[in-house]
Design a binder for this molecule. Structure first.
Ligand code: CA
Length: 235
């Protein structure tokens, strides 16, 4: 589970964000001051910091400077004024981002996911079976050829469109994890706003058909969780 440190002194905003992030399966630690943020960070690592600029004891920019002295953790800044935005943009942002208040929790969650995706781009899948284990008895159902950007099913390349390929890759990267349609859109589409949830359903249907055409029965590896989303069963 990815860990987010939320540094925000306004309880109403903090509560909304904690709820939104936890709903999306992030583990959230919430602190109200810059001092507490640095103390929390000293205790344990975080994957991302959501950092309010206007804090009671120091500015978010000060907190950022302290963190940056020893960590490269991505930071999403929350700012109330355009003037603050200028100062944030003066920083070398790198993998960071900012949003101006007021914002929707959904927007924050989308930004958090986007930053983490940039920070940890999906890598090629490792073949099943670790080197330390005895020779595997059966090949894994799916193999990813990262160089050729192709996914093979039982050794046969699947003829996927670009979006089908990216979509299946997201599922393959985390077997057993349920992805909501929103999550799949965010991860497999450059511009998720331009498409709808139904787009995901249509693409999943097409991927299943192509897998079935290659290896009948294998398409059942992609499972539907009604009302939730899709997952790849453990393979
Ligand atoms: Ca504040």
């Amino acid at each position: 589970m990815l860990r987010v440190l939320l540094v925000e002194d306004e309880p109403a905003i903090a509560d909304t964000l904690v709820y939104a992030l936890e709903t999306e399966c992030f583990e959230v630690t919430h602190v109200l001051t810059g001092t507490d943020a640095l103390a929390a960070f000293a205790r344990q690592p975080f994957d991302l910091v959501v950092l309010d600029i206007g804090l009671p004891d120091m500015t978010g920019l000060d907190v950022c400077r302290h963190l940056r002295a020893s960590h490269s953790v991505p930071i999403l800044f929350l700012t109330a004024r355009d003037a603050e935005m200028d100062r944030i943009l003066g920083l070398e942002l790198g993998g960071d981002d900012y949003v101006t208040k007021p914002f929707s929790p959904r927007e924050i969650v989308a930004r958090v996911r986007a930053i983490l995706r940039r920070a940890n781009p999906p890598s090629g899948l490792e073949p099943a079976g670790s080197p330390s284990r005895a020779a595997p008895t059966t090949p894994p159902l799916f193999q990813h050829d990262a160089a050729a950007m192709r996914i093979h099913c039982h050794g046969t390349p699947l003829d996927l469109t670009a979006h089908e390929y990216k979509l299946l890759l997201v599922l393959l990267a985390k077997p057993g994890r349920v992805f909501t349609r929103d999550q799949l859109l965010d991860q497999a589409w450059e511009d998720p706003g331009a498409v709808t949830d139904r787009t995901i359903d249509a693409h999943i249907k097409s991927i299943r058909a192509k897998i079935r055409g290659t290896h009948p029965g294998a398409e059942e590896a992609i499972q539907t969780r009604r009302g939730l989303g899709y997952l790849l069963s453990e393979i």
